[in-house]
Design a protein around this ligand. Structure first.
Ligand SMILES: Cc1cc2nc3c(=O)[nH]c(=O)nc-3n(C[C@H](O)[C@H](O)[C@H](O)COP(=O)(O)OP(=O)(O)OC[C@H]3O[C@@H](n4cnc5c(N)ncnc54)[C@H](O)[C@@H]3O)c2cc1C
Length: 419
């Protein structure tokens, strides 16, 4: 019998570990980690890069008991590594609480999202890992330790791509629940976005601009505004309100997307673009994303537009978002308010590679950090130059994992690590 292939969500990464184990108890994880030569954890497998791959032990924590312990008085939730946002969000909402933001889909694991610096949109909203206030993690000898915000190693251990240890639980900071209205506008001229970038992207709680880079137009501007805020004018910088629901990718069923047309609803049913019950995005796709200082947004968008004819045929859709800065050492948003330029490509690396090279060429000079969980071609030296706290992170990993048990080819490509 041919064994079933173990792949990531997109199918572009085939995992070929020495051993794959779905662990059901924390003590079992401790024993497995202590006895293994090399270990990586596979979260929900939504990364497009080789970040989770290993030639050693690949651990899934999806069978750990699912716990979402909400502390209403403290406005926090402790969630185990088996939790996906789809589990955490309704539990928080039922307690009158909310996360500050979500990614585009609720299907991803909280631990995996934190590990790569996954983000949503909103000039005032930092990445999702910024809500983490506590981490429980297993070291290479199998011992379990807890880190809290303010501890010396904390800012280096939240976004760590699994290098600081196997995370068994996280504590998240919450805020009072809120309602959101989502409005989509069609055909915003690219010039209008470039000239009014801060105003447009900062005009609602969370704003996403979708384009195909085939004409100098933002095909759709998705504005997720607090329900009580005034509605934007019918003609918005030249864009017009959509006459019906939209999906980020043209031709895909709009019922997969969250409710639009200004119908108010709870934060967790509006901030993600996709509903949990349906396949998010398209499925047959690769993704890349580059995050650069927001001050350079206009110039970077103009530079990308210049080379658009060289990559547009490989593109299904692109999204522009903003993210607040944070203090997490490996965060693509470390130390700066950020514009995130996202690209959903066709599902064929041979077509995507030259498109990506053209794009990365255009973004050279913009200090554009690649999303750790998506496809990029930037080399080691270029990546290393982008992270001011990289050396501190490497020292941290050398201390907590001196033999490099948690490293893999991907992380050793960009970081100076043992193993
Ligand atoms: C359709 C789609 C939409 C997406 N939308 C967004 C978006 O809106 N914004 C955005 O920023 N990104 C987005 N992403 C990317 C995605 O959020 C990241 O790749 C994220 O890391 C996925 O989490 P995961 O659990 O699937 O992690 P995996 O891909 O399984 O793993 C990612 C990393 O986390 C590590 N890890 C996972 N769990 C643990 C653990 N318990 N302990 C230690 N290390 C662990 C893995 O070892 C690996 O290094 C999207 C991806 C897809 C497929």
């Amino acid at each position: 019998m041919t064994p079933t292939k173990l792949t990531n969500w997109a199918g572009n990464v085939v995992f070929e570990p020495e051993r794959y184990v779905r662990a059901g108890r924390v003590e079992q994880v401790q024993e497995l980690v202590a006895g293994a030569r090399r270990v990586r954890v596979l979260g929900s497998g939504h990364s497009f890069s080789q970040v989770a791959a290993t030639d050693g032990l690949l651990l899934s924590l999806e069978d750990l008991p699912l716990e979402v312990d909400v502390d209403t008085a403290a406005a926090t939730a402790r969630v185990t590594a088996s939790a996906r946002f789809a589990h955490v969000m309704p539990a928080l909402h039922a307690a009158g609480l909310a996360l500050h933001n979500t990614g585009s889909l609720p299907h991803i694991s909280v631990a995996g999202a934190a590990a790569t610096g996954t983000h949503g949109s909103g000039t005032g909203n930092p990445c999702l890992a910024a809500a983490v206030t506590g981490i429980e993690l297993i070291g290479p000898d199998g011992s379990l330790r807890t880190l809290s915000a303010g501890d010396d190693d904390f800012d280096g251990s939240v976004i760590a791509m699994g290098l600081a240890g196997v995370v068994t639980a996280l504590t998240l900071r919450a805020q009072p629940a809120f309602d959101v209205r989502q409005y989509v506008y069609d055909d915003l001229p690219l010039d209008a976005l470039i000239s009014n970038f801060d105003e447009i992207m900062g005009s609602a709680y969370s704003v996403s601009a979708f384009t195909h880079w085939r004409r100098p137009v933002i095909d759709m501007l998705w504005r997720k505004q607090l329900a009580g805020d005034p509605v934007a004018p019918a003609s918005y910088f030249g864009a017009r309100p959509a006459d019906g629901p939209r999906h980020p990718i043209a031709g895909m069923p709009t019922e997969n997307a969250t409710q639009q047309l200004g119908v108010p609803g709870p934060w967790h049913e509006r901030l993600p673009h996709f509903r949990f019950e349906f396949t998010p995005s398209r499925g047959d796709e690769l993704q890349s994303e580059f995050l650069l200082p927001v001050e350079q947004a206009g110039a970077a968008l103009a530079a990308v537009n210049e080379v658009a004819p060289r990559f547009a045929d490989a593109l299904q859709v692109a999204e522009i978002r903003t993210v607040a800065g944070d203090d997490l050492w490996l965060s693509p948003c470390y130390g700066r308010t950020t514009v995130a330029l996202h690209f959903t490509w066709v599902d064929d690396l041979r077509v995507v590679a030259p498109a990506l090279a053209a794009l990365e060429g255009a973004l050279e000079g913009f200090d554009a950090r690649p999303h750790w969980g998506k496809v990029f071609g930037l080399g080691r030296e270029r990546v290393r130059a982008l992270y001011p706290r990289l050396a501190d992170f490497e020292k941290l990993v050398a201390r907590v994992d001196p033999a490099g048990k948690f490293t893999n080819d991907f992380t050793r490509t960009y970081l100076e690590l043992a193993g």
